[in-house]
Design a protein around this ligand. Structure first.
Ligand SMILES: Cc1cc2nc3c(=O)[nH]c(=O)nc-3n(C[C@H](O)[C@H](O)[C@H](O)COP(=O)(O)OP(=O)(O)OC[C@H]3O[C@@H](n4cnc5c(N)ncnc54)[C@H](O)[C@@H]3O)c2cc1C
Length: 406
């Protein structure tokens, strides 16, 4: 028997699951195919990392009715403090200057994943197949036929639209022959939760050091989520330190703004790359999230950008459905591709230029960037622009990202 579904999503990570929630709530039939078991304990995307959610993402979760269950689990960011270790430059971004209750919110990927999965469980028109794999697909005029592997069974499934949300190593992207540009940053992000001697007062710190940026994001209690970027050849050394050595090395890098670091939780390491797919659509196919763009975590933008892909794709699909049009038609998908281009380019360029600019140790470059940071600190319009960018509020926003229903 051939199964039919409106939307087939390959990949049930944070981005794929968000799209399934958005379109499932809107009444479409959705099938999610995920390679790993889809439970909070076993899904690698729902791990210990902390995600800084921009204001725009908060509005999307609100519009999807998920914020109520998230709000007690997140920590608001009131101020972002950016500094350059060993140099004079710094800048601060405050919520009052931006006229918002918070610049963003820190949430654990595990909590986000659980909230999304709980919601998927409640939607009768959403089906999750996990652990499962896409074997192959064929595109027809009216849909895409796929063969899926679920445990040791082969399942045939036909969809109006297939969405690749299968991450940086996207096999759908490869099978489509979509080229991508890739750059290995030669850096690794080491993450851990740390307890500090002094309260964070809802300040998110981003400190650029000669080995890479170091972020400390506020969490509940006297804890911060650390994202410490080190050169790839240093990561084994950092991961191998005992807790006392690790905290002392961190203290030396960050300084004493948060008092003495008291305790560190379990560490995890993520090698970092920049990846950008050259195309975001093909007939009856769309790419979203990390499958489309994988970023350096320096500015905390990857998931936020992926969530705006979700909001835009869900909007064009639902607009088409309401008009009685074919939701997988090329005109519908082209609206998505054209709409997302500017935001994707802007965020990739912003993130990548931060890594490059702060990666330079040449004195004239360091002087110029520090002068730039101080100028930004003193120039309210430039700060508002910078704020809109980091809060995910730049450009034409989809309805969900404005807090409206789909
Ligand atoms: C250290 C670190 C810190 C970060 N901090 C932030 C932050 O503060 N703010 C922010 O916005 N972003 C942040 N990010 C980025 C964010 O984590 C990612 O952008 C986001 O998780 C990407 O989600 P995704 O669902 O697109 O991709 P993935 O997380 O890669 O999910 C893809 C899913 O597809 C599944 N899959 C793969 N292949 C197949 C297949 N063939 N068939 C079926 N399923 C398949 C995988 O199992 C996986 O579940 C951070 C990233 C890192 C590494």
């Amino acid at each position: 028997m051939i199964d039919e579904t409106d939307i087939l999503i390959i990949g049930g990570g944070l981005v794929g699951a968000s799209l399934a929630v958005a379109l499932g709530q809107a009444g479409l039939t959705v099938t999610v195919v995920e390679a790993c078991p889809l439970s909070v304990d076993q899904q690698p995307d729902y791990d210990e990392r902390s995600i800084a959610l921009a204001q725009g993402s908060q509005r999307i979760f609100s519009a999807l009715g998920l914020w109520q269950s998230l709000q007690d689990e997140v920590c608001p960011i009131h101020t972002i403090h950016v500094s350059d270790r060993g140099h004079f430059g710094f800048t601060r971004l405050r919520r009052e200057q931006q006229g918002v209750p918070a610049l963003g919110y820190v949430a654990s990927a595990r909590v986000l994943g659980k909230t999304l999965l709980d919601q998927l469980d409640r939607l009768q028109n959403v089906r999750t197949l996990a652990p499962a794999q896409l074997i192959d697909f064929r595109v027809h005029d009216d849909g895409v036929s796929t063969r899926l592997m679920l445990e040791d069974q082969t399942l045939e499934c036909k969809a109006r639209l297939l969405v690749a949300a299968d991450g940086a190593q996207s096999s759908v992207r490869d099978q489509l022959g979509i080229h991508s540009t890739r750059r290995d940053y030669g850096q690794t992000a080491v993450i851990a939760n740390v307890t500090t001697g002094r309260g964070h007062e809802n300040v998110a710190y981003e400190r650029f050091t000669d080995s890479g940026p170091l972020a400390l994001l506020p969490m509940s209690g006297q804890r911060c989520a650390l994202v410490w970027t080190v050169r790839a050849d240093q990561s084994d050394d950092i991961m191998g330190l005992d807790d006392a050595q690790f905290l002392s090395r961190l203290q030396e890098r960050f300084g004493y703004r948060l008092g003495r670091f008291v305790k560190a939780g379990q560490r995890h390491a993520y090698p970092l790359q920049l990846l950008q797919a050259r195309e975001s659509i093909r007939p009856r196919m769309a790419l979203i999230g990390n499958a489309m763009h994988t970023l350096h975590p320096v500015a905390g933008q990857g998931f936020n950008l992926g969530l705006r892909d979700v909001a835009a794709l869900a909007e064009v699909v639902m607009d088409a459905r309401r008009k009685g049009l074919d939701i997988g038609d090329n005109t519908v998908l082209s609206r998505y591709a054209d709409w997302r281009q500017a935001d994707q380019r802007r965020v990739v360029a912003f993130t990548d230029s931060m890594v490059r600019l702060f990666g330079h140790s040449l004195p004239p470059v360091a002087w110029l960037r520090d002068a730039g940071m101080l100028a930004l600190d003193m120039c309210p319009p430039a700060k508002r622009w910078f704020g809109r960018l980091t809060m995910g509020s730049a450009g034409r926003l989809p309805r969900l990202a404005r807090g409206l229903e789909l």
